[in-house]
Ligand binder design. Structure first.
Ligand SMILES: Cc1cc2nc3c(=O)[nH]c(=O)nc-3n(C[C@H](O)[C@H](O)[C@H](O)COP(=O)(O)O)c2cc1C
Length: 304
């Protein structure tokens, strides 16, 4: 018998637990010729802002041992062009589309949540709180529990869709951040976003990235991500989506054992655009081989 691969993230039913991560899968359409979008659980759009953004100057990507650094700078088409040019494609795919978004003030976050709430093709919202708060001296929303809670409260009031809050790992106490977001009304939490890092060119005596620092992703961050998912899963009741260095089905299943109800695949899609679909197939095979009837029975089943 085929195992039951379905999972539920608050109000969203997924055919399997494999989603794609924001910023690594365009707006969905770009990957449609490589991936059967109806074989993955859900896909997440590039982070959207109220106005279009050109992003940072180049070079803005560099490979590092076991991963990559990116300083794309949240380049995106902006909410108006998203609605006009990207949403029509979403109508053609029978898979939940999650819109990732960010603002520089709480009002911007709320306005985006309101605009996205009105789009029937969008199933859920993922709030990226790893953004500087321009009104409070540039402190990153996602590093201060009270700031993060204020963003979540404002977004919660602006949408009735499933609200996922994406946590930054660049904090001392990720559990405090998770609890603040859950208490403020998040339906689910996704973690982790990239870890801040840098690369140096010795001969030039210069940073490799024009932005100097960038976000580290890929296999190098998996142990950190697993640890954070495990800690957060023990502390909050809302479902968790595990992200960070997931390259294969084994990685994905480890996150499920740690307490994630679903996972997101990011950097792996740059190496193999079909990675997410192949990971979903691989997970199902593992369940079959190991006589596990449902993937949901593995959520948080780590013996520790
Ligand atoms: C090139 C690139 C762009 C990204 N853009 C976004 C973004 O717009 N919004 C966001 O929340 N996360 C963004 N991320 C973070 C990923 O969604 C993910 O959290 C992170 O890369 C860790 O997963 P991975 O190791 O599987 O790549 C980006 C990552 C990369 C590599």
């Amino acid at each position: 018998m085929k195992p039951d691969m379905s999972v539920k993230i608050a109000g969203i039913n997924l055919r399997n637990p494999v989603m794609t991560a924001s910023g690594t899968f365009g707006y969905g359409q770009e990957f449609a010729e490589y991936v059967n979008l109806e074989k993955i659980g859900a896909f997440v759009t590039k982070g959207l802002s109220l106005m279009p953004r050109a992003g940072n100057p180049t070079p803005r990507i560099v490979e590092t041992p076991g991963g990559m650094l990116n300083a794309i700078g949240l380049q995106n088409v902006g909410i108006d062009a998203f609605i006009e040019k990207k949403v029509p494609f979403l109508r053609t795919v029978d898979t939940p589309a999650i819109a990732n978004f960010f603002g520089y003030t709480i009002d911007e976050y709320a306005e985006l949540a309101r605009r996205l709430d009105a789009i029937p093709e969008i199933t859920g919202l993922e709030v990226n709180i790893s953004c500087p708060n321009v009104k409070q001296g540039g402190i990153v929303f996602g590093t201060d529990p009270a700031c993060a809670a204020a963003v979540v409260t404002a977004c919660r009031a602006a949408t009735s869709k499933t609200l996922i809050v994406k946590l930054s790992p660049n904090v001392t106490d990720v559990v405090a951040m998770a609890q603040a977001c859950a208490d403020a009304g998040a339906d689910a939490l996704s973690l982790i976003n990239t870890l801040t890092g840098m690369a140096i060119d010795l001969q030039k005596r210069k940073p490799v990235l024009a932005n100097i620092t960038g976000g580290l992703s890929g296999p190098a961050i998996k142990p950190v991500a697993l640890r954070m998912v495990w800690q957060v899963a023990k502390a909050v009741k809302v479902p968790i989506i595990g992200i960070g260095g997931i390259m294969n089905a084994t990685d994905a299943l480890e996150f499920i054992l740690a307490g994630a109800s679903a996972v997101q695949v990011g950097t792996a899609s740059f190496i193999n655009p079909n990675a997410a679909e192949e990971i979903a197939v691989g997970m199902e095979s593992w369940l079959t081989e190991n006589g596990v009837a449902s993937v949901s029975s593995l959520i948080g089943a780590l013996e520790a």
